[in-house]
Design a protein around this ligand. Structure first.
Ligand code: THU
Length: 295
């Protein structure tokens, strides 16, 4: 069965029309998926990438998903492959092929965390995402996975009083952040309705950890507090970012957490001076991997 009519990121390219080295990566990703360690999900994912070292020499690396009985210790295929490359000194990502072996429809794309790791090493790298069991692909660039918000920048003074107040609260809240390692205090406000139709605002601040990877972003704290309280409907997120108009304004992991609340969330990006841009999860995490992908 082929999913060629399904609209996803990028353009459809037949396996036979790819360059020989690219075909090799595609086959490598399917082979890597065979080695997936997946006692939890039984959902094999494979990645094969080409990266260059400092001398411009290129080499291929492979990754599969490696699961753990503690979910937060699971690593995806793409990150596994990329970190293997870095461990050998090949930090300059050129091309990556990936396959979600059981599913090639919309959202058969890297998750937010993998997007964040890939963009660190090659924003202009080419992605070949499996499009069907015949190994044809969707082709796009890594930077397409974490784009800038398209909305216009609004000055704080031009906003309505209620929005100004909320942004003021957000910026003040950042003083409570615990950021001894990142030195980037940030805050987030997540608003949603509960099943009874009650609307509430949940706050979060960034919470660093000496092990770095165990740190929580402000927005993740806010979203998870809301879920704990049962507020998951019509979500909207407001958060502090370095530059509301930049590429990749929000950490990929945070977008992946927001994605779990559905595909309709609005996101307001707020700079340190209170200027803001309105966006949404569909724009910031296009063709996202989500619960529907795990069918
Ligand atoms: N997974 C990946 O390896 N890459 C992705 O981009 C999406 C998800 C893995 C993680 C987990 O082992 C399983 O697929 C289900 O999410």
């Amino acid at each position: 069965m082929s999913n060629t009519s399904t609209p996803v990121l990028g353009s459809f390219v037949r396996l036979a029309d790819l360059a020989p080295d690219e075909q090799l990566l595609v086959h490598g990703s399917w082979n890597a998926a065979e080695r997936a360690y997946i006692p939890l999900s039984k959902f094999p994912v494979g990645a094969a990438l080409c990266a260059c070292n400092e001398r411009g020499v290129s080499k291929n690396f492979f990754g599969c998903n490696v699961e753990n009985r503690f979910m937060s210790c699971v690593i995806c295929a793409e990150r596994n492959g990329m970190t293997s490359a870095v461990a050998e000194g090949y930090n300059d990502l050129q091309k990556i092929a990936l396959v979600l072996k059981l599913y090639q429809g919309p959202g058969a794309s890297p998750c937010g965390l993998c997007r964040q790791v890939l963009i660190e090493f090659g924003r202009d790298a080419v992605v070949f995402q499996a499009a069907d069991p015949e190994r044809n692909v969707w082709r796009y660039l890594v930077r397409d996975l974490l784009p800038a918000a398209s909305g216009s920048l609004r000055a704080l003074a031009d906003l309505e009083v209620s929005d100004r107040r909320q942004i003021g609260r957000l910026l003040k809240l950042a003083a409570r952040a615990y950021t001894p390692y990142s030195k980037k205090p940030a805050a987030a406000l997540f608003t949603a309705f509960n099943a009874a139709g009650v609307f509430k605002v949940f706050a979060g601040v960034s919470d660093d950890n000496a092990s770095y990877g165990a740190s929580a972003s402000a927005e993740a704290v806010a979203m998870r507090t809301a879920r704990t309280a049962g507020y998951v409907r019509q979500p909207s997120l407001m958060l502090m970012v370095d530059d509301p108009k930049a590429l990749n304004p929000v950490e990929g992991e945070s977008l992946q957490v927001l994605r779990e609340f559905g595909t309709g969330s609005s996101v307001t990006l707020v700079g340190a001076d209170g200027s803001s841009v309105c966006s949404n999860i569909g724009e910031l995490l296009p063709d996202s991997f989500g619960p529907e992908s795990l069918v």
